[in-house]
Design a protein around this ligand. Structure first.
Ligand SMILES: [Zn+2]
Length: 304
């Protein structure tokens, strides 16, 4: 097991050293170790969309909340696009989804904030399983998008990955956190840069102050794109490391630098999920598999 993994309450997770310095946030990328899911989702799967047993997923969510000593996980429905969800203090009940094509909000979600647990519970009821009170935790899926930004303490943002990059961002001056899902499609759409600019425009963040982590994901060792000439525009070929492998970690770093984030504030975990399929779910390795949780959130002062 890599020495950089942390362990608490039976769960193992990766933490970025540059984000660990801040007591006002909680963060981590949870490994698949421990957890209640059975094969092929073996371990700490958090996704309700891969066919896993709802009770196991609920127990996994609960284990993460217990580990973090927090009450609420906020999920987004990830679609490999570039829409960004803004969860702001002044619109707590109506999170905005920000469309980066037009620059305008595309929807207001007031009543469609759907607790993921309800969906899971409905499925569970069909199988005769009833959730125990301890599993009635606050777990929400608040809309479709591939990044979420918030300035509200207690909202633990979750990015689900199996090879895609979980990117965690924090502006210690403005007290704003963001979580980004950047697979190769998201990388080509610069979801990372767009999220940072959204932090600037909507939360008055300064890129020079932003602390960033690029989590365990498909490394250049395993990012093989046999059909890259069709799938990846030529402007990205400078990230091609040999015949057909790409370094999307370097691309993500460059996308952050372009917005003004400092090199010294970016940490790349360097852990490849396909090489370390024992620790992390990997779609390329297993196809039918679970999703790891990359999480970040502002914590209330009494939870530090
Ligand atoms: Zn690898």
């Amino acid at each position: 097991m890599p020495p950089e993994l942390s362990q608490k309450n039976g769960l193992h997770f990766y933490q970025f050293p540059n984000l660990s310095r801040f007591a006002e946030i909680k963060h981590g990328v949870f490994t698949r170790l421990s957890g209640f899911s059975k094969a092929p989702f073996q371990g700490l799967n958090v996704s309700v969309n891969v066919g896993d047993d709802p009770e196991s997923i609920a127990r996994n969510h609960h284990a993460i909340l217990t580990c973090l000593d927090e009450d609420e996980l906020v999920f987004i429905h990830q679609v490999h696009g570039s829409d960004i969800i803004l969860l702001k203090k002044e619109n707590t009940d109506t999170p905005l989804i920000h469309n980066n094509q037009t620059g305008e909000p595309i929807s207001k979600l007031s009543k469609s904030i759907t607790p993921a647990k309800v969906a899971a519970q409905k499925r569970a009821e069909n199988t005769g399983f009833l959730f125990s009170p301890e599993l009635q935790q606050q777990t929400f899926e608040i809309g479709s998008g591939d990044a979420i930004i918030t300035d509200i303490p207690g909202k633990i943002l979750v990015i689900q990955t199996a090879d895609c990059q979980p990117i965690l961002l924090f502006d210690p001056n403005q007290k704003v956190v963001a979580a980004v899902h950047s697979g190769w499609r998201g990388s080509l759409q610069n979801i990372i840069g767009k999220t940072i600019m959204s932090m600037v425009h909507h939360f008055h963040c300064n890129p020079e102050k932003i602390i960033a982590g690029i989590g365990p994901s498909l490394g250049p060792c395993c990012s093989e794109f046999v059909h890259y000439r069709k799938e990846i525009p030529g402007s990205f070929w400078k990230y091609k490391k040999n015949e057909n492998h790409f370094d999307f970690w370097e691309l993500s770093q460059d996308q952050m630098l372009e917005t003004g984030v400092k090199t010294s504030n970016i940490h790349i975990s360097g852990l490849c999920t396909k090489c370390r399929n024992d620790l992390f779910f990997s779609y390329r390795s297993q196809k039918i598999t679970g999703r790891c949780a990359g999480v970040i959130g502002l914590t209330c002062s009494d939870r530090r």
